[in-house]
Design a protein around this ligand. Structure first.
Ligand code: PEP
Ligand code: MG
Length: 765
């Protein structure tokens, strides 16, 4: 059964649209299982009925007409039990319901499997057979596997509105223009989509048009010539190594590129107004699809040749493409996997919002979005991102919504939200010069997390008392190779000077996990449990030493540097890092004559082991800094980047609160400074909890600083202590959140922690 399964999955993946997927499923499953019938029933949410949506074996005219609630018929039974039902003689079952319009009377045996996505029964897949028999275990397993495969496709169709159009074609399902993602940096951004793509990825080429048809044709011809030359030279290189038949493959490639083949189709599309890249990728994808559907295995294999050829030409097109990407003043940056390098090319003032199909609330781009005050939505998995170039888009970074081509009324409503946000920001500016104290007068130091040069301006405007976390990997991302010691010194000097005399906490390079440098890729099965942070730099002392030297040299005469070590999970790592830091200090001061004050050194508490060894770690260093982003991920075993488990990632989890309580207690026992630099510190409710737990230094994205300050100024310290103690004893994160919302729902605070939106629901299950 493995081969048919593989083929069905392949065909489904290559299907042009949702109805084709359904047709492929019923056709292929019926054939593979040798049954008399195969049908798919899909849930119509409007009526809560499972509607017959595709069939082989029942009368075709019954499609769309026959439907069952979860209480009706055998299909309803499968849906309500959310497990397979396997019957030798369906008619004798008490739940059997007869629908004469289907012509089903000829069938006796019945096997139905639910189609479940994230606990939701989206449909039922059924096979039936004339003769009386019980389907065996392997058949049941086959149907269950197909259903599981189908679930993701159906969920996507649901999100894009295609499902509603299938189950109730006559009803107006409305345009599928609201997509859900993960709210990652608050605020509303309204503007025009600019799609950024990964190189040589055929599926990542946005559908773009160009006025300059002749120019695009020229580009295309040029790319073809270069590819043809490549193919010729590869063929020559392989003469004598490959057989004559194998070498013939290269001639097939060359023929495909000719004007009366692929080349001709692409030229026609360019003449229709598409750019060369866009025309090429559309045609190639279409051909890959055709080949994938072929009966003959030999021809199916040709799909990968077409794909390969497609990439080669695209690579040339991308190399020669004029790199004048225009970023309008209201750019909404959209990408499949947005990363820091994409940002480098865009004038900062032009970015209204960012959207990434991959990633989650704590991915690096989300953090950058927050630190720069750019509304950001990550994990928008259903977004047809490649088709959005130039469309009007609204990004609601608070709710995690993306609206495509909204109606004028909706746009006006969001303009209003945008205006209110600007008003609130302007009001908050009034607290800029107020002291950062609680209502009972206890000082709370509000620091900022930085990484890009542009966020310094905002941080200083917001009145940051220091930098609690300077993510040095961000300048590393923006280079094409490791920056030299001197290049780093210049960057660090800039940071230290801009904030002086305020302290600046520079973290040593924290790569690995989701943060890979383009020029130092780390490929691992389990990157978050792998070679990350201090583990990488201790294995590469030359990188660590150069960085620490650059930091210390940069601090000469300013002396506001603090060094922070990421991802520490044992005292040995601290001892090794300290030995290197001390060595650098001695070299610089004793041997090279620099006059530098020894910086304070701290450890990040972001791994559960470090929580339990906080005292041992604190004994060795000057301060502790809790990274709640990773600590949440590791304590709850939830990948901070994975949209599928984003709902389980919760900074209010009582387990995390108890860990935070222990760390602040242990730091006090060892008489060491302690702060929090994870995102929780920048969330007003999180900040209330942290102060209540005993933290007095919070480091956050600059854009959150005044909001947090405004909330803390309205609450007495003792009151926050009581709140924190109470919620720590609650059983679940949702209880903690509800309790915080209830307690803080008071005039003056509520509007700082809540926001009302014109659209409350997006098409996500
Ligand atoms: C953290 O893990 O909480 C943290 C501040 O570091 P980063 O988000 O850069 O991993
Ligand atoms: Mg971290």
């Amino acid at each position: 059964m493995l081969e048919p399964l593989r083929r069905i999955v392949q065909e489904v993946n290559a299907a042009p649209d949702f109805s084709a997927v359904l047709e492929i499923i019923v056709e292929r499953v019926k054939h593979a299982m040798h049954t008399g019938m195969c049908s798919v029933y899909l849930l119509d949410r409007a009526t809560n009925r499972y509607v017959l949506s595709a069939t082989r074996g029942l009368l075709p005219e019954s499609v769309g007409k026959v439907a069952m609630t979860p209480d009706e018929g055998l299909v309803g039974l499968v849906a309500s039990r959310a497990e397979p039902v396997n019957l030798e003689h369906a008619e004798t079952h008490p739940r059997f319901a007869y629908f004469p319009e289907t012509g089903e009377e000829k069938f006796s045996s019945f096997l139905g499997a639910p189609i479940i996505h994230q606990r939701d029964v989206l449909g039922v897949l059924v096979v039936q057979q004339q003769e009386r028999r019980r389907f065996d275990e392997s058949e049941e397993a086959f149907l269950v596997t197909i259903s599981a495969q189908l679930a993701g496709v159906i969920a996507h169709a649901q999100a894009t509105g295609e499902l509603a159009r299938t189950t109730s074609p006559e009803a107006d399902a409305g345009p599928a223009n609201i997509y859900a993602g993960i709210a990652s940096a608050p605020g509303v951004g309204i503007g025009r989509a600019v799609v950024v793509s990964s190189p040589a990825d055929l599926y990542a080429v946005p559908k773009r048009r160009s006025e300059d048809t002749e120019g695009e044709l020229e580009l295309f011809r040029h790319a073809l010539e270069r590819t043809q030359a490549d193919v010729h030279s590869t063929k020559n290189d392989l003469k004598g190594i490959l057989s004559t038949e194998e070498l013939e493959m290269f001639d097939v490639y060359l023929r495909m590129l000719e004007d009366n083949s692929l080349g001709g189709e692409v030229i026609a599309l360019i003449r229709d107004g598409f750019t060369a890249q866009s025309a090429w990728s559309q045609i190639i994808i279409e051909h890959i699809r055709t080949f994938t559907r072929m009966e003959s295995e030999y021809l199916r294999e040709r799909a990968s040749d077409v794909r390969d050829l497609g990439r080669r030409v695209l690579e040339h097109l991308q190399q020669t493409a004029r790199p004048v990407q225009v970023y309008p003043q209201d750019t909404i940056l959209i990408g499949e996997d947005l990363a820091a390098p994409h940002l480098a090319a865009v004038p900062f003032d032009n970015i209204r919002a960012m959207v990434s199909v991959r990633g989650s609330h704590n991915s690096h781009m989300a953090i950058i979005g927050r630190s720069m005050g750019i509304p950001t939505v990550m994990g928008a998995v259903d977004l047809p991102w490649a088709e959005l170039e130039g469309h009007l888009v609204i990004v609601d970074g608070h709710m995690g919504h993306i609206l495509i081509d909204p109606s004028p009324e909706v746009e006006r409503a969001y303009q209003e939200v945008f205006r209110k946000e600007q008003d609130l920001a302007a009001d908050l500016l009034g607290t800029r010069d107020e002291p950062s104290v609680t209502a009972s007068g206890d000082a709370i130091s509000l620091w900022v997390n930085t990484g890009l040069r542009v966020d310094t301006k905002l941080s200083l405007e917001m009145g940051a008392a220091g930098v609690g976390l300077y993510r040095t990997e961000i300048p590393f991302f923006l280079q094409e190779r490791f920056p030299s010691e001197e290049e780093q010194r210049v960057i660090y000097r800039d940071q230290l000077t801009m904030y002086a005399p305020r302290p600046v906490t520079m973290r040593t390079l924290d790569i690995g996990g989701d943060k890979a440098l383009p020029y130092f890729p780390i490929k691992e099965e389990n990157p978050f449990l792998g070679w990350r942070g201090i583990r990488v730099t201790l294995d590469h002392p030359e990188i660590f030493l150069a960085q620490v030297r650059a930091m210390m040299r940069a601090s000469e005469g300013i002396d506001n540097l603090r060094i922070l070590l990421p991802m520490i999970s044992s005292v040995q790592e601290v001892d090794s890092a300290l030995a290197l830091i001390n060595r650098v200090y001695t070299e610089l001061t004793v041997e090279e004559g620099y006059r530098i004050r020894m910086p304070k050194v701290g450890v990040m508490i972001e791994v559960p082991a470090a929580v339990y060894q906080a005292r041992e770690l604190a004994r060795r260093v000057d301060f502790l800094s809790v990274g709640t982003n990773d600590l949440t991920q590791y304590l709850l075993a939830v990948d901070r980047n994975n949209p599928r488990v984003a709902a389980l990632y919760h900074a209010y989890h009582p387990a995390l609160l108890k860990a935070l309580r222990d760390v602040v207690r242990d730091a006090a026992a060892m008489n060491r400074e302690v702060s929090v630099c994870g995102e929780m510190a920048g969330d007003p409710m999180g900040a209330v909890l942290l102060v209540g737990l005993g933290y007095r230094t919070l480091s956050m994205s600059a854009s959150n600083l005044l909001r947090v300050k405004a909330v803390l100024r309205q609450l007495k310290t003792a009151e926050m202590t009581v709140i924190a103690a109470r919620v720590c004893e609650l059983p679940d994160a949702s209880d903690v959140k509800a309790e915080l919302q209830r307690t803080l729902d008071r005039p003056g605070i509520a509007r700082l922690i809540r926001s009302d939106r014109p659209v409350q629901q997006a098409n996500r299950h």
